[in-house]
Design a protein around this ligand. Structure first.
Ligand code: HEC
Ligand code: HEC
Length: 138
């Protein structure tokens, strides 16, 4: 009885060890695909593009407003680079926008497929910086 119990324990321990090692080796080898601080790594290309395009429209800018030029080929943008401060500001704005929706409109996620109640457009309305007063009507 005791032997049987021990055997089971050993087998179980070996299995647990194997499991833990597998997880660890995966975690060690896995290089993050994107330089993301906010968005999920497993985001689809379409969702990522939709979000980025929505930023362009909301702020009335082009991709290069937030993304720095590649140092190897200055005709291209280096999307992973964090060289432009606008990109970091945009990250803070994403966090703020998510928090506003979560706290006041109970939308817990920055869901690219749902139209969030408050989005970049709400404040920016096609401008790099939101207007501080209503443009005169005359
Ligand atoms: C208002 C600023 C802003 C604009 C405009 C913008 N982006 Fe981004 N982009 C970001 C931020 C911020 C991230 C990183 C998100 C994160 O940290 O989770 C990002 C990430 C990316 C990535 C992923 C890079 C990586 O690390 O793999 C790609 C690709 C990208 N943007 C493409 C574009 C394209 C194409 C456009 C124009 C259609 C564009 N972006 C316009 C702010 C911007
Ligand atoms: C609640 C209103 C509000 C929302 C929502 C908002 N912003 Fe902003 N944003 C501002 C204000 C106000 C400023 C100007 C801050 C200043 O003048 O210091 C600003 C500035 C910025 C800037 C810097 C512009 C510059 O000229 O350097 C970027 C980039 C930006 N926002 C991106 C975004 C993005 C991307 C989103 C959506 C994820 C967003 N913002 C959502 C209010 C907002």
């Amino acid at each position: 009885m005791l032997m049987k119990y021990r055997k089971k324990t050993i087998v179980l321990s070996v299995m647990v060890c194997l499991f833990v090692f597998t997880i660890m080796s995966f975690a060690g080898r896995r290089q993050p695909k994107h330089n993301f601080k906010i968005l999920p790594q497993d985001i689809s290309r379409d969702s990522l593009h939709n979000i980025m395009h929505s930023f362009n429209v909301a702020l009335g800018v082009k991709c290069g407003f937030c993304h720095a030029k590649s140092t190897l080929d200055t005709t291209k943008l280096d999307f992973e680079s964090d060289a432009k401060e606008e990109k970091e500001i945009a990250r803070a704005m994403m966090t703020m926008t998510m928090e506003i929706n979560k706290k006041y409109f109970s939308d817990p996620n920055f869901n690219p497929n749902a139209v969030p109640i408050v989005s970049c457009v709400t404040c920016h309305h096609g401008h790099e910086e939101p207007e501080k007063e209503i443009p005169s009507v005359e």
